[in-house]
Design a protein around this ligand. Sequence first.
Ligand code: ASP
Length: 278
Amino acid sequence: MSWALAIHGGAGIIRHARSSLQKRILSESLDAGAAVLQAQGTAVDAAAAAVAALEDSGVFNAGRGAVCNAEGVHELDASVMDGATLAAGAVAGVRRVRNPVLAAVRVMRETHHVLLIGTGAEGFCRKNRIDFVSEGYFVRKLKTRHGTVGAVALDAQGNLAAATSTGGTGAKLPGRVGDSPIIGAGTYADNATCAVSATGVGEAFLRSAFAHDVSARMRYLGETLPRAAAAALRRVAAIGGDGGAVAIDARGRIAMPFNSPGMARAALSPHGRRRIEL
Ligand code: ASP
């Protein structure tokens, strides 16, 4: 196997009562991404498929399970990046898009922009026949603050990609945007270094340019992926942020560091080893 995949379902306190459900959904998400990679699909499509499965589950804070802002409205954010070309796409503050990660892929592939927000993003999605949902689609009871989802992938051609999707932080101010749709903060991918998808207190990940920091440490300091990811997370912690990330390098080495009480995470290594942990 020359490909690999790692996913997360958010950093935070993992409730025991939901742990077997979370593990099952993580496993299904891994399967969705692995199916793409096995069929010689791209890392971008694999990461997006894995994230879309998590969005559809209603179990994590993304897609169907997204939390509401302070006014009871869903505002969803997502991003994707292709490590082969440094192409990237993202949407922020979309309210009715079923799979924000697929909208992000479309922004990357169909426009020369990186980030579309709010009504403009939704207009683009409508024109591109992205699925919309009604308010009743969302799972209302999800109160956990964490639970952003993300994926990183290495495909059989040696390309890396990362994708992240979130409902943001619960009871956030309307219009607030965290790290998840911001390239370099919540998501980054560069074949020369690594692919990274983060989760946690978005403001701290934004302020430390976390995902790019992991890549930059590998590029400029020659650090290994685990070292670079741990060091970048220490900078987040130093400004009071907790959270974590999944990351992968061009050899398929995977790092899944976190400084929060838990992080739902899973990986398929190039050796076929499958891990699912909370
Ligand atoms: N990073 C996300 C945000 O700030 C939240 C999370 O990962 O739980 O929007």
